[in-house]
Design a protein. Structure first.
Length: 146
């Protein structure tokens, strides 16, 4: 967690932002929960550690961290976005369309595609979120036995 906090702090500072006590509490809460929190859930977690941090401060910090490509909102079957950390600029999910289980995986072969996008379109990718949809083995087997 300490390395990730240092990395996030470095990105904030290099973009002209300070790591205030409120931002530190918010980032630490995201890191200890491993992301996957809605804004309202994050407010509750942050207030356990830093009761004086306001709801709007959490929302503004989430917006800032999203703008800096450190987190991304995802909408997995719910109206409220959940925020996930983009470690080293990326995050990956396998999502079962049967039982809605979400499995995180860290194998990334997207880096070649990012380079291809840069060359072909002149677009510099700062991060990505990859979600692959299908069926887990249990759901697949139950479909076959039906």
């Amino acid at each position: 967690m300490h390395d990730q906090l240092d990395s996030i702090t470095e990105v904030l500072l290099s973009n002209g932002y300070r790591l205030t006590e409120a931002r530190r509490a918010i980032v630490k809460s995201l890191l200890t929960s491993n992301g996957h929190l809605s804004a309202d859930e994050l407010v509750d977690v942050v207030r356990q550690e830093a009761p004086r941090v306001g709801r709007m401060t959490v929302y503004r910090t989430l917006e800032l961290l999203t703008d800096l490509s450190l987190i991304r909102p995802v909408y997995q079957g719910s109206a409220a976005a959940q925020y996930i950390l983009l470690e080293e600029g990326h995050h990956h999910h396998i999502v079962c369309s049967g039982c809605n289980d979400v499995i995180e995986f860290d194998h990334c072969s997207f880096l070649e595609i990012e380079e291809s996008i840069r060359i072909k379109y002149g677009f510099h990718v700062k991060g990505h979120l990859l979600e692959i949809y299908g069926q887990c083995q249990k759901c697949h087997d139950s479909t076959l036995s039906s």
